[in-house]
Write a protein that binds this ligand. Structure first.
Ligand code: SF4
Ligand code: SF4
Length: 309
């Protein structure tokens, strides 16, 4: 079964990948990020981001990586964009905020009312450490407490703190609503930690997670599960319909997953520079789809904002 044709609506979100450097090297990472990666967006492309937001009147800047905080111009970018009445999202792995050189960054994020979306694939230590590395759970809890003290995660829209769940293995995520209740209960009771929303994401069978499944002989089984669970209703709200994804080199893609696969049939060879000129018409444009797209439409659906239905 081929993935259905889908087309773009108005762009509401600019998602920018600042580079692949990360202080972690998680087993499910779909960008193969690690401490040894050196790819980073250059100063010129960073300077174009506020221009693009203004030109297309985009309301959300979603900053990702790697650990985007490790980009030397991360704070400067936030400073410039914070003047534009744009929602800024930092996709943080949390642990970076405990590393030397980054200890004051949480205060900076709070001062600039940056939304934090952070991965915490389980409320149990052993599962998080299995997927994300030794001691990641303990460090994440420490940072979540620190963010709570700054006012994050307590229902204030200006200091939004969302957590991201993705399954440990080759299965679909459970109901977002039910799991959020469980997360809130366990994290509050056991660690006195609060957060706003739980975003439930399916793992994409690409890059490191695809290799992980292959090693276990489960890649075909997982791909079949995604296809069999395809839900047409999710096509309307898959994130590529109103998001532009930009890689560290400034090239445009329909989403972060297509970016990692290097597929952009309808947006190639456009770059951030073309975007800043305002000459690209997105509404009605075809989106590049492939087998992995079933990861977005399976079951309750999955996007950077969590479940779709
Ligand atoms: S999943 Fe996130 S924290 Fe883990 S290696 Fe990838 S970018 Fe880093
Ligand atoms: S993988 Fe990307 S292009 Fe495919 S449906 Fe999901 S968001 Fe859209």
């Amino acid at each position: 079964m081929d993935f259905p044709v889908i087309r773009r609506k108005k762009v509401n979100t600019l998602q920018v990948n600042l580079g692949y450097k990360c202080n972690q090297a998680c087993v499910h990472c779909h960008v193969d990020a690690s401490p040894s990666r050196t790819e980073m967006m250059n100063e010129y492309n960073i300077s174009l981001i506020p221009e693009v937001l203004k030109t297309y009147r985009i309301k959300t800047l979603d900053i990702t990586g790697g650990a985007p905080e490790m980009h030397p111009l991360f704070k400067e970018l936030i400073h410039k964009v914070s003047k534009l009445n744009v929602k800024i999202i930092d996709r943080s792995n949390l642990t970076i905020l405990t590393e030397p050189g980054y200890l004051s960054l949480a205060n900076y994020l709070a001062d600039n009312e940056v939304t934090i979306i952070a991965s915490l694939p389980c409320y149990e230590e052993k599962n998080v450490d299995f997927q994300r590395g030794k001691d990641v759970f303990k460090k994440s809890i420490k940072v979540l407490k620190m963010l709570n003290e700054l006012g994050y995660g307590k229902g204030d829209k200006k200091l939004e703190l969302d957590l991201v769940f993705n399954p440990i293995g080759a299965n679909l995520p459970p109901s977002q609503y039910e799991l959020e209740k469980k997360y809130k209960d366990v994290l509050k009771t056991n660690y006195n930690v609060e957060f706003d929303n739980l975003l439930v994401l399916a793992n994409m069978p690409i890059k490191r997670f695809s290799s992980f499944l292959k090693q276990q002989g489960k890649l075909n089984e997982y791909q079949s599960l995604l296809q069999e669970s395809h839900n047409e209703a999710n096509l309307e709200s898959v994130m590529c319909r109103d998001t532009i994804s930009v890689n560290w080199e400034g090239n445009l893609f329909d989403c972060d997953f297509n970016q990692q696969l290097g597929i952009n049939e309808y947006l190639h060879p456009n770059t951030l520079k073309d975007l800043a000129s305002g000459n690209i018409l997105f509404e009605g444009k075809k989106i590049t789809v492939a087998e992995h797209c079933f990861g977005c439409t399976a079951g309750c659906g999955s996007s950077c904002g969590g479940a779709l239905t």
